[in-house]
Design a protein around this ligand. Structure first.
Ligand code: C6P
Length: 415
């Protein structure tokens, strides 16, 4: 490690941040927990847990409806988080921030509103081979409904997006390009800015699935020039059951509502309903108020550390883990793209990933094994499953060492 890198490591106070996460203090099967399943869901700092408790114990009320104090306090807290989210992705206005249940619902919202009202038989939707099922199935459903055609950009042997093939697939028939910012199964970072630029040349709109990018990298939707950007609270250290769809204001205004119900209307008669202005038009029913408030606490917490500092620390940690993994006999990394973030997917000769996951759990180590909801990636690499260690800024080199020792021991058991 360079002197500058050593100095940076010393500055990034990982041991202090670890104290902020109660669950990281626990033991599993008598060993200190080594939590390396952050891509599935991240752990929650005390400030998030406290924010939930405070909401429920001090100002629990429905929002946008009551004139009483509790409702007003809850409404202000909820709407403040919209501004935090706007700032987090650098949207130009809070009207462009829609709260959803998560990334999955955000993508389904776009498919069912923009997709249904703008695509016709023969129109094309482009995704990539490394997409999570959440960014495949909603588009397949749309294709079944309106006769559109799904086109898939291949990935190379390193798990990187093949730009030349993408360019070949683009045409005036392309209406939507939906691409993951960072692959959950491989860690590859996709060149979404260039992808969006090329899509726009053909008049297509661009949705970016940011579920895996938001915990690891600064997001600027204006710079990326994407039309939609989706992410989940629970991956950015917030509660489950809540997420965000950023959408370009003119598109959101033109699209039909996703769901009908309370809070998304201005006026209802049996003959006609007038819909609310943005963003309420897309938030029918009582939303996940506590979840949104918890997300706000998580974003404030992330901002206090600085996403650039997090990215720099995690990049070094991933390099360290990759070097260590390459020394393990019989281990093959799945996903070796030049631009990668925080994910180490691998297979080991003669050890099924599920068996490895079970053995590691005995050492208190949590990784994910399986297809990671990205079955086409498994097909592409001709493996039934991988083992995946996914890192957050609270993980340490010591934990990587524990992981590698445990993998070596598991190999011996199976040898
Ligand atoms: N990936 C993983 O272990 P939800 O479930 O809506 O919060 O996020 C869905 C989703 C969408 N896109 C990507 C790239 C994702 O990684 C995920 C969630 C988890 O990899 C659970 S399958």
């Amino acid at each position: 490690m360079s002197t500058a890198a050593k100095a940076f490591h010393a500055e990034f106070e990982v041991s202090r941040y670890r104290q902020d996460f109660p669950v990281l203090q626990r033991a599993v099967r008598g060993k200190p927990l080594v939590y390396l399943d952050n891509a599935a869901t991240s752990q929650k700092p005390s400030v998030v847990i406290d924010a939930l408790e405070k909401y429920y114990s001090e100002y629990n009320a429905n929002i946008h409806r009551g004139v009483h104090t509790l409702s007003e306090e809850a409404t202000v807290a909820y709407e403040d988080v919209r501004e935090l989210c706007r700032n987090f992705v650098n949207a130009s206005s809070v009207q462009e921030i829609i709260f959803t249940k998560g990334t999955t619902e955000a993508i389904n919202l776009v498919a069912n509103t923009y997709g249904r009202s703008n695509l016709e038989a023969g129109d094309e939707i482009i995704i990539s081979w490394m997409e999570h099922h959440s960014n495949i199935v909603p588009w397949q459903l749309l294709c079944e409904q309106n006769g559109a055609v799904l086109k898939v950009v291949p990935i190379d042997d390193d798990g990187a997006f093949v730009m030349d093939e993408y360019i070949k697939l683009l045409s005036p028939k392309t209406k939507i390009v939906a691409i993951g910012h960072i692959s959950n199964a491989l860690g590859s970072i996709n060149p979404v800015k260039e992808i969006a630029r090329l899509a726009h040349e053909q008049g297509a709109v661009v949705l970016v699935d940011g579920a895996q990018a938001t915990p690891h990298t600064a997001i600027d939707v204006q710079d990326l020039d994407c039309d939609f950007y989706a992410f989940s609270s629970h991956k950015v250290f917030g509660p489950t059951g809540v997420g965000v769809l950023y959408g370009r204001q003119d598109l959101l205004e033109a699209m039909p509502p996703y769901q009908g119900g309370g809070d998304m209307i201005k006026m209802v008669t049996f003959e006609k309903t007038l819909y609310s202005d943005l963003p309420n038009k897309y938030e029918a029913g009582t939303p996940n108020i506590s979840g949104v408030i918890g997300l706000g606490a998580a974003l404030n917490y992330l901002n206090s550390i600085g996403i650039e500092n997090i990215a720099a620390y995690e990049n070094e940690l991933l390099d360290y883990a990759t070097d260590a993994a390459l020394k393990v006999e019989g281990l093959r990394i799945i996903g070796t793209a030049e631009n990668k973030a925080s994910i180490l997917s691998f297979v080991i000769d003669k050890v099924h990933p599920h068996d490895l996951g079970t053995i590691l759990d005995h050492d208190g180590i949590a990784i994910r094994t399986g297809h990671h909801c990205a079955m086409p990636v498994m097909d592409r690499f001709k493996v039934p499953a991988t083992a995946r260690a996914s890192f957050a800024f609270y993980n340490t080199r010591q934990e990587v060492d524990i992981l590698m020792d445990a993998i070596n021991n598991a190999r011996k058991v199976f040898a």
